[in-house]
Design a protein around this ligand. Sequence first.
Ligand code: CA
Length: 232
Amino acid sequence: MTENKTVLVVEDEEDILALLQFNLIKAGYDVVCTTDGEEGLQKISERQPDLILLDLMLPGIGGLDICRKLRSEEKTTNLPIIMLTARGEEADVVQGLELGADDYMTKPFSIKVLLARIQTVLHRKSKREDVSPGEKIVYGELVVHPDRNTVKVAGDPIELTYTEFRVLVTLASRPGWVFTRYQIVNAVRGEDYAVTDRAVDVQIAGLRKKLGVCGPYIETVRGVGYRFREAT
Ligand code: CA
């Protein structure tokens, strides 16, 4: 018998907290709850959970500061974090993802979807995240060879620019992950390459067009960025 995974929930809305606690226990997780960010950090230092559900708008220390703090410390730098956000907090979502949060859910959310996300994030973290050299990415009709710089759609080779190719490899290496525009630029050009959000949108538009039937694999996440569609 394997040990249950522990989820820490930091959420100041008591009814949401109770709902999460009930459903996580039902799904077989050990659950630690708190309505307070400082207390959340305290609990993490006492016993590290396997994953955190982190509300962003908290009294006292907020979710983004907690995220920043966890990522800056070696012990918690890879601790899976799913942010819980309210509608209209896209700017905070962008900041949270750039601080290293793994995913986010916008309230009100479906418990079923949340449980699936938790499993996905735990699974991603337990396996190696990057595609090794020489490995190809196969996804539906799309085949990408990162080290050979080749892309095929439904068996036909596609010509991409260098930047379009790097954007595609970045997204397709991690299906389901949301990338902010800034993260896409960094992945393509290295840290702090000066480019506008609009330039990323232009690259994506060109890429989708060239990918033809595979274009819809690249999804727009409104107000946040882009992601490669997750396999279903
Ligand atoms: Ca809140």
